[in-house]
Design a protein around this ligand. Structure first.
Ligand SMILES: [Zn+2]
Length: 343
């Protein structure tokens, strides 16, 4: 039995260092020495762990072109010779394995990874995702599903995406109609998703950003992202924009440090549970805009995939064990990794 388990773990597991082993030739989102390629599902820091180790030890790094661009602005430039650019919906081969990138809705460039071999063994890692069944296709016929369960606790259920989006747009429109500028605080990647969203809702005031946020957004425009009027805060034009209607995008971590009474300030925080928004100060708000599925969404992915075995990523979520036991109650063969038995 132990032998069987070890063979399974070599082809599908979460290592103690956060690497996701998929088949025999690739490791995703962490480092593992005996693998030909390292995959990066998206540019967030808990998915670029030990990337410099991978750059020296692994044959190449595979990611979407958008992810390579995001990584560059987050301080992880991958040399051209080490890069394998793979578009969502495309596959490549290593020995007898086919590795496919499947769209995931999370931040720009995000993908799920499916590895299948010639014997028909199929393992999929979702990476971070939201909107299963629409923005993130649910992959079926899997031997093993490795799933992200950031919000894998029943306390974390959010109102519908539309309700959250409408709350956000409402707060912004009301502020702008009173002549008050808006600051939005969010993480890299989520900021760009929100910029696009606000344009879709017809908000056309200029956007302001500085440093990494500005340059990353400009670089994404070359990949087809469209943010409308976006100015660098430190440019002459940016300083002019400051005097009129605008929305200023700032990193999430600045929310508690930044004090500026002129602004209506909105923090985008997926941990706000059971409500779309909360007013926390005279002009301060939290909106439950998340780039992860909530508990129900995560459950939906697993149940609809009907995978034979489900491994819940416990390296990136503190709810992995509890979520796996919820799955077992529903008759799913599920467990959390890394475990003591694992690699
Ligand atoms: Zn992420």
């Amino acid at each position: 039995m132990e032998d069987k388990l070890r063979r399974l773990f070599e082809r599908a597991s979460v290592t103690k260092g956060g690497g996701i082993l998929l088949g025999r030739s690739v490791v995703a989102d962490g480092f593992w020495p005996r693998r030909k390629a390292r995959i990066v599902t998206h540019a967030h820091s808990d998915h670029t762990i030990d990337i410099s180790k991978s750059m020296s030890a692994q044959g190449y790094i595979a990611a979407t072109p958008v992810t390579f661009t995001m990584m560059k602005y987050l301080g992880h430039s991958v040399p051209r010779a080490k890069r394998k650019e793979v578009e969502p919906g495309s596959c490549f081969k290593i020995d007898d394995e086919r590795i496919c990138f499947i769209r995931a809705e999370h931040i720009p460039g995000s993908v799920q990874v499916l590895v299948e071999n010639e014997n028909g063994f199929r393992v999929l890692y979702t990476g971070d995702f939201k909107n299963p069944g629409s923005g993130t296709p649910i992959v079926e016929d899997l031997d093993v599903l490795i799933v992200d369960a950031t919000y894998g606790d029943p306390r974390y259920v959010r109102p519908s995406e539309a309700e959250v989006e409408e709350a956000l747009v409402d707060i912004i429109e009301q502020a702008l109609s009173r002549g008050e500028p808006v600051k939005i605080y969010a993480y890299y990647g989520k900021i760009q998703e929100v910029m696009q969203l606000l344009r879709r809702y017809g908000i056309d005031v200029p956007f302001l950003a500085s440093g990494k946020i500005f340059w990353m957004s400009k670089a994404l425009e070359a990949h087809g992202y469209c943010f409308g009027d976006l100015y660098n805060l430190s440019s002459q034009e940016g300083k002019e924009i400051l005097k009129g209607d605008h929305i200023h995008f700032v990193h999430f971590n600045r929310f508690s440090k930044d004090r500026d009474g002129n602004y209506v300030r909105i923090k985008l925080d997926g941990w706000l549970a059971n409500k779309a928004f909360q007013k926390i100060g005279r002009k301060d708000w939290i909106v439950a805009f998340s780039d992860h599925a909530d508990y129900n969404g995560t459950m939906r992915y697993v149940m609809e995939s009907k995978a034979k075995i489900v491994i819940v990523d416990g390296y990136r979520s503190s709810f992995a064990k509890a979520f796996a036991s919820k799955l077992r109650v529903r008759g799913v063969h599920a467990f959390a990794m890394p475990t003591l038995l694992g690699l």
